[in-house]
Design a protein. Structure first.
Length: 94
């Protein structure tokens, strides 16, 4: 069975935006709700605050792309850092 992929750009992420947290989290949430797969970061540098990985989600950051931490403290509501997971199973960052 092929792994389903969710491109963050399809959820509104844009490399020129100053905060893509909601778009990236929406892609992660959709991936988890669909039973898992890959959330793909490609085509640039994306600024984000904290995002939470969930069960069976692989965050794939493609060559030449990156996630940049927001410089705004309020984008880290729980002080959890850029990427975190709590009790999640079968997660990865590649």
């Amino acid at each position: 069975m092929a792994q389903v992929s969710y491109d963050i750009r399809e959820f509104g992420a844009n490399a020129s935006d100053d905060n893509n947290t909601l778009s990236i989290q929406a892609a992660i949430d959709a991936c988890a709700a669909g039973g898992g797969g890959a959330v793909t970061v490609s085509g640039g540098q994306y600024t984000t605050g904290t995002v939470e990985l969930k069960d069976f989600v692989t965050l794939c950051i493609e060559r030449g792309s990156s996630l940049l931490g927001s410089q705004r403290f309020e984008d880290y509501p729980h002080g959890d850092g850029l990427i975190y997971a709590s009790g999640a199973k079968n997660i990865a960052i590649t």
